[in-house]
Design a protein around this ligand. Structure first.
Ligand code: ZN
Ligand code: ZN
Length: 377
């Protein structure tokens, strides 16, 4: 139980500072992942209202009657909890009025909202409810920015999630791959993660053999995996609210020269870009390390996605490691994937993905499974 937990007070205090810097009076947080990060609440239909740093009292948490007990157990003590009888926005309007929100100064009360999450109809409803003394302002991304730097509690949750996913994979590989369908392998991996304690799979598991592996986001088919192909498996767990994400590519018989060549190329790109990770360079610069190796080998057009992404409460979050974004520098505490791939349509695909914690001087790789090309028959 979060209780008066420190991490939440710390996160909220940091956010309150960012809200003040944006010249807002308060920020309405409606994204479930952001609400969870700030409050500890794991249910649905929760809202958090963070005051700009100043002299106001408790920040606000609102939910409906179905979650009253859960909210009492989970929501951090830095929030005052309100259970709304009808709808949350009406309750929010009441709470704001009760707090004297519009009497705080000369101009209107500047209320920020998460424009990437609040729907147009929710925005309309809110505008309708709030009296003239309010101004609604798009202020998305503030919580997401905080979430990019993991604290030690988050890092240990992500590590545990990664270890669980690795253990599930080791169990599945023990039974071999040849003759089982892609679908069966995917289902078994997800089942074993659940049995080992995962809340869920972090995303739909990818198992793609042979030419099907040339689709980066292939759907597992009810097709038996043959001998003599490469099989790409991309999977992850959710444990204590935190995701893991890993990809390995295995051979189902002694690899051909061609399979070896492509595998080695991706492995070189993966290892060299991984070695370049530390606080300082941008995601774009790290992406370029892998991309240059793959381009120089003549396969640049077959590496069509970004090199990696942040992982945390969501499996895809900031920072992005991509040639398409002039990202901010990586910072110590980022948890990111490094996952180059080469996809040859009609022939084969290879992707190798590790999850790592960025440190000042380098990185700590969280994934433990070996990366040499391994035969799993
Ligand atoms: Zn992945
Ligand atoms: Zn990934």
């Amino acid at each position: 139980m979060a209780g008066t937990a420190d991490p939440h007070s710390r996160r909220v205090a940091q956010l309150a500072g960012a809200v003040a810097e944006r010249d807002l009076d308060a920020l309405l947080v409606s994204s479930p992942a952001n609400v969870r990060y700030l409050t500890g609440y794991t249910g649905s239909n929760g809202l958090a209202l963070i005051w700009a740093s100043g002299d106001r009292g408790h920040h606000l948490f609102l939910t409906d009657f179905r979650y009253e007990t859960q909210a009492a157990e989970e929501v951090a003590g830095v929030f005052a909890r309100y259970v709304a009888p009808v709808d949350l926005f009406a309750a929010l309007d009441e709470r704001l009025a009760a707090e004297g929100a519009t009497h705080s100064g000369a101009g209107p009360f500047r209320l920020g909202f998460e424009d990437a999450h609040l729907t147009v109809s929710q925005h309309d409803r809110l505008s309708e409810l709030l009296a003239d003394g309010y101004k609604l302002l798009a202020a998305g991304g503030l919580v997401e920015q905080l979430r990019e730097i993991k604290d030690s509690e988050e890092v240990s949750r992500i590590k545990a999630s990664t270890q669980l996913a690795d253990a599930a994979m080791a169990e599945v590989l023990g039974a071999g791959l040849v003759g089982r369908t892609e679908r069966d392998v995917a289902i078994e991996l997800e089942l074993r993660m659940r049995r080992l304690g995962a809340e869920a799979a972090g995303f739909a598991t990818i198992v793609a053999a042979g030419a099907h592996g040339a689709l980066p986001h292939a759907q597992p088919r009810a097709v038996a995996i043959p001998a003599g192909v490469l099989v790409t498996i991309d999977w992850g767990a959710v444990l204590d609210g935190y995701c893991s994400d890993c990809t390995r590519t295995y051979a189902t018989a002694d690899p051909t020269d061609r399979q070896r060549e492509i595998y080695q190329l991706v492995l070189d790109a993966q290892q060299q870009s991984l070695s370049a990770v530390r606080a300082g360079p941008t995601g774009q610069e790290i992406d370029a390390v892998a991309r240059t190796i793959i381009e120089d080998a003549g396969y640049g057009e077959h590496f069509g996605h970004g090199l990696g992404h942040g992982v945390g409460i969501e499996v895809h979050e900031g920072p992005r490691l991509s040639r398409l974004r002039a990202d901010e520098p990586l910072r110590a505490g980022n948890v990111v994937t490094i996952e180059p791939g080469v996809y040859l349509p009609g022939e084969l695909g290879v992707r190798i993905e590790d999850l790592l914690l960025v440190t000042e001087s380098g990185s700590e790789v969280l994934t433990s499974l070996p990366k040499e090309l391994t035969v799993i028959a």
